[in-house]
Design a protein around this ligand. Structure first.
Ligand SMILES: [Zn+2]
Length: 243
């Protein structure tokens, strides 16, 4: 039952956002990030001490193990929930981490990036959201730097729903593998969801190497979202980031 609930919650989060909280929180103004914790008691974690995103700096070398990824072409729909654009996945794409299997549920985009590296922001960041059978989350972040057109985005971008609260079936299933840099070195830290309810206990894995995105591709997603969708970086509060 618990597995079912966690799975349903993730797959349906976009629907929930549309139905109930779509208008309640924003990225600026009266319901912006500084107010999230006060908008509803459900958002108490937004005022927590282990929040995301962060500025990745002062990392400690810990000899992290290579990521064990087995991704399939199982992305089958893309939604625009007014906060982001998100590709939802059918089961079968996995990340092995800490002796546990996490399944890829969805990936979505932030423009500009949410996490930073040594104070540097990027024009775009993708978050690949995975959950284990108990609903614990692991997110892989990949930064996009301006450069050559991104081939993975080239297939997806024309299919992004332009209207908030709408979705499109993908013409062909997509794998998340094509979004990753060639080298899989990564930073790791404990953090949270970067949107309300800002739940903590999220395993964050941010790729060290960025991939490229063209100026036109960034402009295209900015035109669809109509606003920046990055939460400001949060204090580390004693957390150590390892690599
Ligand atoms: Zn995100």
């Amino acid at each position: 039952m618990k597995k079912h609930l966690a799975f349903a919650a993730l797959m349906a989060c976009s629907v929930t956002a549309m139905a109930s909280d779509g208008a309640k929180w924003t990225y600026a103004g009266e319901s912006g990030p500084e107010q999230w914790a006060k908008l509803t008691p459900d958002n108490f974690a937004c005022a927590g001490k282990n929040q995301s995103p962060v500025d990745i700096k002062g990392t400690v070398h810990a000899g992290l193990k290579p990521l064990k990824l087995a991704y399939k072409a199982a992305g089958n729909e893309v939604i625009n929930n007014g906060h982001t654009v998100q590709v939802n996945f059918a089961p079968g794409s996995t990340l092995q981490l800490d002796g546990t299997e996490f399944e890829l549920k969805q990936y979505h985009f932030h423009a500009p990036s949410e996490n930073q590296v040594n104070g540097q922001s990027y024009p775009l960041e993708v978050h690949l959201v995975h959950a284990d059978k108990d609903g614990n989350l692991a997110v892989i972040g990949v930064m996009f730097k301006q450069g050559a057109e991104n081939q993975a985005l080239k297939a997806l971008w024309p299919q992004l729903p332009k209207e908030a609260n709408s979705k499109n079936a993908l013409t062909a299933p997509l794998s998340a593998a094509s979004l990753l840099p060639t080298k899989h070195g990564y930073f790791r830290f404990s953090g949270s969801l970067t949107t309300p309810p800002c739940s903590e206990g999220v395993r964050w894995l941010v790729m060290k190497n960025p991939v490229t995105v063209s100026k036109e591709q960034v402009a295209a997603i900015e035109g669809i979202l109509h606003h920046a969708n990055n939460r400001p970086v949060q204090a580390l509060n004693g957390r150590v980031i390892v690599d």
